[in-house]
Write a protein that binds this ligand. Structure first.
Ligand code: NAD
Ligand code: 6OD
Length: 492
C-alpha cells in the first residue's frame, strides 16, 4: 500500500555491539491500514539483551566515555543529518507501521526525530553545574562544586503512537549526556528505530553506544531490560499500568526511572472564548493522530450558554474529517494502531452507549468496501449525556473520541477538569486574560495550554502528575535526569 517501505518483505534486525543481528524467533509487523504484513521482526532473546547490555557497558568505558562534549555533539549532529538525508525512508516506514497520514508523518513525527538530536546535542554543551563557597570553623573554608557524569547504561522503552519522535526524545538527551543506550521500540512500530540504527552505524557512532533490541514487554526484551543488573536507568513512555509493572520490576535494582504515562486530558471552553479558534483547536486536540497522542483531549467541559452551538460546530468538524488512505493528501485520519486497539476503542464506544450516552456522531467502525475493511479504522466520535462516573469519561481510551459536558461556573469547570486519576495536560479556551492565568494555574497537570494545543518548545518541562508520570523531560530536565551530579568538596 505504501510504496518504497524500507525492508518491506524482509526482516527487521536487532543492532547490538555495532552489528545487525537476527535471532531465532520472529514476529510479524502489520500495516493497520489493510492488515497486510509489512515485514518480519527478529525478536531479541535474553542472551541478545545480555550482549547488548555488555556492549553498552564496554562503550561507556571506551571511545564514547573518552570523547569530549564537542566530539559527541558533532556525531549527534551527523545522526540528525542522517535522518534528514533518509527523510522519505523514515516517513514511509512510520506510515506503514502506524497508518498515520503523510501530512502528519512528514510534518511532525520525522522532523522532530532530527530536531531532538540537534537541540540536545547543542544544549548539553551549555549545561552548568553548581558551585558553593562553604565556611568552615577554622576559617579556611571549602569549595563545593558538582560535575555531571553520565548515569551509565540507559534502557529506552518507547510506545507506538509517535514512534521516532518519542524514542529520539529520550535517546538524544541520554546520548548527549554521555550515556550508552539500549532502545526497545514498541512491537507494533519497530521500523524507524531500525532505520535509526542504520543511520547511527553510517554516522560512525561507536559500537555499543546505541543498541536496539526488538520484542514485547513481559517475558521478552522489555522485561529482560527492566530487570537487568547491568542497566542503570529506565526511561519509559507508555501506559500507566505498564509504568507500574516496570517500577516493580526495577525496584530490586533501585534503578533511576523516568516515566511519561497516560492521560485523560480535559479541555475547558468558556463562553468568552474566540469561538472559531476554540472549535478548530479542540477538533485538533481530539482527533490528531486518531486521538492517539497522550496529550489528546478526551473530556470537554463547555459553558452552558454556548454548549449546543459548540457541540454542533465540533460535530461538523468531526464529520468533515477525511478518514482514509494515509497517502492521500487530503486524509486527516488513518486507522488506529492495530485490530486489538480498534477492538478496545469500539468496546469503549459500546460501554458509552450502554451507559446511556447520546452519540452526536460516529460510534462505530467505518465501512469502505475495499482493503481498508481489513484494517483497524474507527469513526471519529463525539458523545454527550454521560455522568462523570461513566467508564469512557474516567478511563483513557486513546482513540478519536471525546465526551462533552456542560458547566455553569468557573469553579465548577476547574473541579470537573481536576476530577481525574490522571494529570498530564489541560487546555483552556478564553479571551479573559485573568481567567486564563487563574484557571491554567489551578489545573492539576504537568502541561496547561491556553488558546492552543500541543504547541511545543523543547526547552520546557514536559510530563505529568498523578497516574500520568514521574519526573519531567525537556531541556535541562532531560539532561538532569540523564546526568549524575557528583559533589567535589575541596578544603581550602
Ligand atoms: P504500552 O505501555 O503498552 O507499551 C509501551 C512500551 O512498553 C512498548 O515498547 C512495550 O513493548 C513495552 N512494555 C509493555 N509491557 C512491558 C513490561 N512489562 N516491561 C517492559 N516493557 C514493557 O503503551 P502503548 O500502548 O505502546 O502506548 C500507548 C500508551 O502510552 C497510552 O496510555 C498513552 O497515553 C501513553 N503515552 C504517554 C505519553 C506521555 O508522554 N505521557 C506519550 C505517548 C504515549
Ligand atoms: O512533543 C513531545 O516532546 C512529546 N513528548 C509528546 C508526547 C506525546 C504523547 O503521545
Amino acid at each position: 500500500m505504501v510504496e518504497k517501505v524500507p525492508h518491506a518483505g524482509g526482516i527487521l534486525k536487532n543492532y547490538v555491539a555495532g552489528e545487525f543481528v537476527v535471532g531465532d524467533k520472529t514476529f510479524a509487523n502489520i500495516n493497520p491500514v489493510d492488515g497486510s504484513e509489512i515485514n518480519k521482526v527478529s525478536e531479541a532473546t535474553a542472551d541478545l539483551v545480555n550482549a547488548a547490555v555488555e556492549s553498552a557497558r564496554a562503550a561507556l568505558e571506551g571511545p564514547w566515555g573518552k570523547m569530549t562534549l564537542d566530539q559527541r555533539r558533532a556525531l549527534l549532529h551527523k545522526v540528525a543529518d542522517g535522518i534528514d538525508a533518509r527523510f522519505d525512508d523514515f516517513v514511509a516506514a512510520e506510515m506503514a507501521d502506524t497508518g498515520k497520514s503523510y501530512v502528519q508523518a512528514s510534518t511532525i513525527d520525522i522532523p522532530r526525530g532530527s530536531a531532538n538530536f540537534r537541540i540536545f546535542a547543542d544544549m548539553v554543551t551549555g549545561q552548568s553545574a553548581e558551585c558553593f563557597q562553604t565556611p568552615t570553623p577554622d576559617g579556611r573554608g571549602a569549595l563545593n562544586y558538582a560535575v555531571n557524569k553520565p548515569l551509565g547504561v540507559v534502557a529506552v522503552i518507547a510506545p507506538w503512537n509517535l514512534p521516532l519522535l518519542l524514542m529520539t526524545w529520550k535517546l538524544a538527551p541520554a546520548l548527549a549526556a554521555g550515556n550508552t543506550v539500549i532502545a526497545k521500540p514498541s512491537e507494533e512500530t519497530p521500523a524507524t528505530a531500525t532505520l535509526l540504527a542504520e543511520v547511527m552505524h553510517e554516522a560512525g557512532i561507536p559500537a555499543g553506544v546505541y543498541n536496539l533490541v526488538h520484542g514485547f514487554g513481559p517475558d521478552s526484551a522489555g522485561e529482560f531490560l527492566t530487570t537487568h543488573k547491568g542497566v542503570d536507568a529506565v526511561t519509559f513512555t507508555g501506559e500507566s499500568s505498564t509504568g507500574s509493572a516496570i517500577m516493580k520490576a526495577a525496584a530490586d535494582g533501585v534503578k533511576a526511572l523516568s516515566f511519561e504515562l497516560g492521560g485523560k486530558n480535559a479541555g475547558i471552553i468558556f463562553e468568552d472564548c474566540d469561538f472559531e479558534e476554540a472549535v478548530n483547536g479542540t477538533a485538533r486536540s481530539v482527533f490528531t493522530n486518531g486521538g492517539q497522542v497522550c496529550l489528546c483531549t478526551e473530556r470537554l467541559y463547555v459553558q452552558r450558554s454556548i454548549f449546543d452551538k459548540f457541540v454542533n460546530a465540533l460535530k461538523d468538524k468531526a464529520e468533515n474529517l477525511k478518514v482514509g488512505w494515509p497517502l492521500d493528501e487530503d486524509t486527516d485520519m488513518g486507522p488506529v494502531i492495530s485490530h486489538k486497539h480498534r477492538d478496545k476503542v469500539v468496546a469503549y464506544y459500546e460501554s458509552a452507549k450502554e451507559d446511556g450516552a447520546t452519540v452526536i456522531t460516529g460510534g462505530d467502525v467505518p465501512v469502505f468496501g475495499d482493503a481498508r475493511d481489513h484494517g483497524a479504522f474507527v469513526e471519529p466520535t463525539i458523545l454527550t449525556g454521560l455522568s462523570e462516573e461513566a467508564r469512557i469519561v474516567k478511563e483513557e481510551v486513546f482513540g478519536p473520541v471525546c465526551h462533552i459536558a456542560p458547566f455553569d461556573t468557573e469553579e465548577e469547570a476547574v473541579a470537573l477538569a481536576n476530577n481525574s486519576d490522571y494529570g498530564l495536560a489541560a487546555t483552556v479556551w478564553t479571551t479573559n486574560l485573568q481567567r486564563a492565568h487563574r484557571v491554567a494555574q489551578q489545573m492539576e497537570v504537568g502541561i496547561a495550554w491556553v488558546n492552543t494545543w500541543y504547541l511545543r518548545d523543547l526547552r520546557t518541562p514536559f510530563g505529568g502528575v498523578k497516574l500520568s508520570g514521574v519526573g519531567r523531560e525537556g531541556g535541562v530536565h532531560s539532561l538532569n535526569f540523564y546526568s549524575e551530579p557528583t559533589n567535589i568538596c575541596i578544603k581550602l
